[in-house]
Ligand binder design. Structure first.
Ligand code: NAD
Length: 327
């Protein structure tokens, strides 16, 4: 019997697949792209989650499915693709898992179902109202509903994990990284805000740009620095393994992420000091990003113990940046 890992070519899925193989499991990867894993206990289905034949092929002989793959985009023109991958795709993957007689089904949801950026109260726990504000967040909530439905009707033993923002440490100081580039580097952030059509944010950012590559410390319109959880992929892997194996996880929903949010007012000066890059500070229009999410339930019920603080991640990010500059 195998464990299916969807999103096996992705940030989280590829690490989970490798870890399960190291622990002696048979693993089936399922992704649009090959994962590049060469192992006698690894089988791979390259295809779309929304393709029922591919989903059936992946689920064949599965004792558990970890549905970690998804399409992530915040661009208006990607709305159809989001629905196809995350709603139709989740339905096909979950129904194929149920038809194959697989028991446990772990679903990677997101803090965007609350959404964390606009919390009704903090710390955000699993009982917080679900009111996504983005099409991506909506597809994650609909994915949860599909999974909850199959759990309620007894077809699957489900575990829903609401993921924190997740990064490989090496991405943090990479200006080309999809998330960390525009989050921490001035020029990628200007390009991102231009693409979103946020003229006021672009003006505020351009005003502090002297043309040199720089880090940027984002504050809201009242000067409050951003703060959010950024969890190392390796901690996420530990939480996912608990979700698939721990008896007390069955039927539950857990926030999964680092215990403490990253305070940008502390992290960005540290990044600047460690890289020698100049640091620009900018007040962006609007309420900004400032949230704290509780991981207490998964810590207390499953024994989740995250170990990657932002300081440890920055250490690795600095080393990875130096290695990139040397090569
Ligand atoms: P990732 O983008 O690195 O990996 C996702 C994988 O899914 C990719 O390899 C991609 O090829 C595959 N995929 C996308 N659409 C597909 C489709 N239609 N059919 C088959 N494969 C498809 O993402 P990640 O960071 O590893 O995220 C893992 C999960 O966690 C995702 O479900 C994501 O929505 C969720 N999540 C991630 C974050 C984060 O900050 N990284 C935050 C909250 C939730």
């Amino acid at each position: 019997m195998s464990i299916v890992v969807t999103g096996s070519a992705g940030r989280v899925g590829s690490r989970v697949a490798r870890r399960l193989l190291d622990e002696g499991e048979a693993v089936v990867g399922f992704d649009l792209r090959p994962a590049g894993i060469d192992h006698p206990r690894y089988r791979e289905v390259v295809g779309a989650f929304s393709d029922p034949a591919a989903a059936r092929q992946a689920a064949e002989g599965a004792k558990a499915v970890l549905h970690l793959g998804a399409f992530m985009s915040w661009r208006r023109e990607d709305a159809d693709k989001l629905w196809e991958a995350n709603v139709t795709g989740t339905r096909m993957v979950a129904e194929a898992a149920a038809a194959a007689g697989c028991r446990r089904f772990v679903f990677a949801s997101s803090g965007e179902v609350y959404p964390e950026n606009v919390p009704a109260y903090q710390p955000i726990d699993e009982d917080h109202p679900l009111a996504p504000r983005t099409p991506y967040g909506l597809t994650k909530l609909l994915g949860e509903e599909i999974v909850r439905f199959l759990g309620r009707t007894g077809a699957l033993e489900t575990v829903i994990l609401r993921f924190s923002h997740t990064q490989d440490a090496a991405e943090l100081l990479d200006p080309d990284s999809f998330f960390s580039g525009p989050r921490f580097f001035l020029h990628p952030k200007i390009r991102q805000q231009q693409a979103f059509g946020n003229a006021a944010a672009v003006a505020a950012l351009v005003a502090v740009d002297d043309g040199r590559e720089a880090l940027v410390l984002s504050r809201n319109e009242n000067g409050r620095p951003f703060a959010m959880h950024i969890t190392d992929t390796r901690d996420m892997v530990e939480g996912i393994l608990l979700a698939v194996r721990h008896p007390a996880a069955a039927g539950e929903v857990f926030n999964l992420g680092a215990s403490e949010p990253v305070d940008f007012a502390r992290a960005l000066p540290l990044m600047a000091e460690r890289t020698g890059l100049p640091l620009r500070e900018v007040n962006l229009p609007g309420p900004g990003v400032h949230y704290r999410t509780a991981n207490r339930k998964i810590r207390e019920r499953l024994g989740f113990t995250p170990t990657w603080t932002i300081e440890r991640m920055i250490d690795e990010a600095v080393a990875a940046r130096s290695a990139r500059q040397r090569s």
